[in-house]
Design a protein. Structure first.
Length: 385
């Protein structure tokens, strides 16, 4: 039954199209010609793209065990924020979308004139610019900066300019963070130097008073092990303090560091009370010495990071001048309008055919339909008035 009804509807549509074929054909032809004329006068927009990679970390303190590991976390923002790879690329996107970046692009290329911003509104120019740029993170771990402009050469220049501005702002942010790190480590290092000097003086006084200069090898080994634990605890506390300023409470790296610090505290609680005064004083000296050995390289690393002004981006592919426009997609526009014209013209032809059939088969029903239509038109006219 349903198949029969569908077949009848299909036959009716074909009959209507055949009967009003001139109307359908004329509508499609006129629409095609008009759509072609419209797309020909639309401005051409060219797209230029540049591709960048996040920088590969280079450490200045290789082969120094825990010192090297901790130093990597002070290098730039990646270690501190616990982000790398794709996370670093999203950080780049945040910088690219920021107002300082967009303002520099607007002023650098005088986009007020390019975008015909007559009142010189920066807000309006930035809004238009945002609609003409794309920042895409690719599956390969790269970031694509795509810029649309009517001038292909300017599109390429703007794409490269985004990279330049991104690099400058990223260096400024890293330098600011490195300054904060250096000041933080410097305070801790000054405190350690004072404590180390005090422990050295205390040990010297004890040695002079009791004539003890060399301690047994076993005691030295035990003290060295305890000193290692205290030094590791100090570095973990320093690492945790910096992470708490940069990361959210639920960060996995932050929680892991807290657990490691808790384990160190548990081990230190199990150290027996030292009965020998010399052992205690030598332990304090060894702990402070070990902490100094950890902090001094970190301080030097932080000073180097503060002064570093090298490019932070790796440009994989610079923007080239595009040869073909990226938009509007003329073929797609024409095809869409042609399909709409076919649908509308076929629908009108089918409706006309059914009205003609209704007028022949049921004049009374056609008359009532006509009257209803006239009343609706009259109501509409009164409403417009």
């Amino acid at each position: 039954m349903e198949n029969a009804e569908r077949s009848n509807i299909f036959i009716d549509v074909l009959h209507a199209v055949a009967k009003h074929r001139k109307f359908v054909l004329l509508t499609v032809v006129i629409t095609t010609v008009l759509s072609i004329a419209v797309v020909l006068v639309l401005p051409r927009w060219y797209a230029a793209s540049t591709v960048i990679l996040p920088p590969q970390p280079s450490w200045l303190l290789p082969g120094m065990g825990e010192v090297s590991t901790l130093a990597r976390q002070f290098s730039s923002l990646r270690g501190l924020a616990g982000i790398s790879g794709e996370g670093e690329l999203y950080r780049y996107i945040a910088i690219l979308q920021s107002r300082p970046t967009l303002e520099r692009i607007v002023r650098g290329f005088n986009l007020f004139k390019e975008y015909d911003i007559k009142n010189g509104s920066m807000e309006e120019a930035i809004d238009v610019l945002r609609g003409n740029v794309e920042f895409l993170v690719n599956e390969e771990g790269t970031l694509t900066i795509r810029v649309f402009d009517r001038d292909p050469r300017q599109a390429a220049a703007m794409a490269d300019s985004f990279v330049t501005v991104l690099n400058e702002l990223n260096i400024a942010l890293n330098t600011r963070q490195a300054l904060s790190n250096r000041e933080f480590i410097e305070k801790r290092l000054d405190q350690n130097r004072a404590e180390l000097r005090a422990s050295e003086d205390s040990l010297k006084v004890f040695q002079q008073k009791h004539g003890v200069v060399i301690i047994p090898e076993k005691v030295a080994s035990s003290v060295s092990g305890i000193a290692e634990l205290y030094a590791l605890k100090a570095t973990k506390e320093l690492q945790l303090a910096i992470m708490e300023r940069s990361l959210g409470e639920g960060n996995v790296l932050l929680q892991t560091t807290k657990m490691e610090l808790d384990e160190l505290n548990r081990q230190l609680k199990n150290v027996p009370d030292l009965e020998v005064e010399y052992f205690r004083r030598y332990r304090d000296y060894a702990v402070q010495q070990k902490i100094f050995e950890m902090l001094a390289p970190l301080y030097e690393q932080a000073k180097i990071e503060e002064q570093r002004n090298t490019p932070t981006l790796l440009v994989l592919e610079r923007a080239s001048v595009p040869e073909r426009p990226a938009r509007p997609q003329r073929k797609v526009i024409v095809l869409v309008f042609v399909l709409l014209a076919v649908m509308v013209s076929v629908g009108i032809a089918t409706a006309r055919e059914r009205l003609d059939r209704l007028r022949e088969e049921s004049p009374e029903a056609f008359r009532r339909l006509s009257e209803t239509w006239r009343r609706l038109v009259a109501i509409r006219q009164r409403h417009d008035e």
